[in-house]
Design a protein around this ligand. Structure first.
Ligand code: PXG
Length: 285
């Protein structure tokens, strides 16, 4: 189906939605993006995603020529133009067209792009049985090189780790940070449960501050589950009772095996299933 794509305030049929080959987003990955999801015609935590987009942009000195409120409206306009009730929204802000050199000051026209489309979901079976994942040898970007808090158009770090996962027959892969601690997966945050306590790496483990992660932390607090944002190692994961991942596309998905070690009973655990259900209710309410 042909989509209407938002570019700089206008909607174009997808065949006519184009940007310059001199755009530094293409030439250097110089730009930022968001991945959002609509449920029943409403974008889940739109303001929070837009806030993260502006924070990512700020961190790379990229000025977005819209207010956050206007950006939220642009997102709503784009899903409406595509008649999307349940779907995926990808927003991108590039540095714009410049010269064949790194200097970002040569780019004067940032491109604001919003695409709304159907969403590809993981098969139901994986939610019932749980995922098997591996630890990638590719570590997460060192925060002093490129902060993982920036959702930048430079996703090669994650793509290289994803390739390792796929080569091992896994759709997700665990990434450690430069200290060897658990950071996150290639497109999902990670949680584990031990003796009824929910644990997830802190922001300073070098991770993206996931919108789903925040929602799950809130839901756990509401459910009276103790939550700790603490440094975690692979050992903590190997001896955990439960493990699950969170992300816009995945929502809450159980993990039952890591690097050939069975986690807990080898089946999705009760805390995971409870939070998965609570998240489902939150997004469909
Ligand atoms: N870590 C990383 C590195 C991510 O890219 C998350 C965690 C989870 O964050 P949210 O805010 O979604 O809970 C992400 C998110 C895609 C796609 O198209 C990727 C993400 C989100 C949506 C779509 O691959 N990554």
């Amino acid at each position: 189906m042909s989509r209407q794509v938002y570019i700089n305030g206008q909607l174009f049929p997808q065949e006519e939605a184009t940007i310059s080959v001199f755009d530094h987003g293409l030439l250097y990955g110089d730009g930022v993006f968001e991945g959002l999801r609509a449920y029943g015609g409403k974008i889940f935590r739109l303001e929070q995603h837009v806030r993260r987009l502006y924070e990512s942009a700020k961190a790379i000195c990229l000025e977005i020529p819209l207010s956050e409120t206007e950006m939220c409206q642009a997102h709503n306009e784009t899903i409406a133009a595509n008649d999307i009730q349940d779907g995926y929204i990808r927003s991108i802000v590039t540095r714009g067209a410049g010269t064949l050199g790194l200097d970002p000051n040569r780019c004067s026209n940032p491109q604001v792009i919003i695409i709304a489309d159907a969403i590809t979901l993981y098969p139901d079976e994986l939610y019932e049985k749980g995922l098997e994942i591996i630890t990638a040898s590719t570590i997460r970007n060192h925060p002093a090189a490129l902060s993982p808090r920036i959702k930048s158009l430079n996703y090669l770090n994650n793509i290289l780790a994803k390739m390792e996962g796929l080569q091992a027959g896994c759709i997700e892969a665990l990434m450690l940070n430069h200290k060897g601690e658990i950071a996150e997966c290639t497109g999902d945050n990670i949680f584990l449960v031990r003796d009824g306590v929910l644990m997830t790496p802190p922001m300073d483990a070098g991770i993206l501050g996931g919108v789903t992660r925040d929602a799950v932390v809130e839901l756990a607090a509401e459910a009276g589950i103790e939550v700790q944002k603490v440094t975690l190692t692979r050992h903590d994961l190997f001896i955990a009772d439960e493990c699950f991942l969170t992300g816009t596309a995945a929502e809450v998905i159980p993990v039952v095996k890591v690097d050939d070690r069975t986690i807990g009973s080898g089946k999705p655990g009760p805390v995971t299933l409870d939070l998965k259900e609570r998240f489902h209710k939150l997004t469909r309410s």
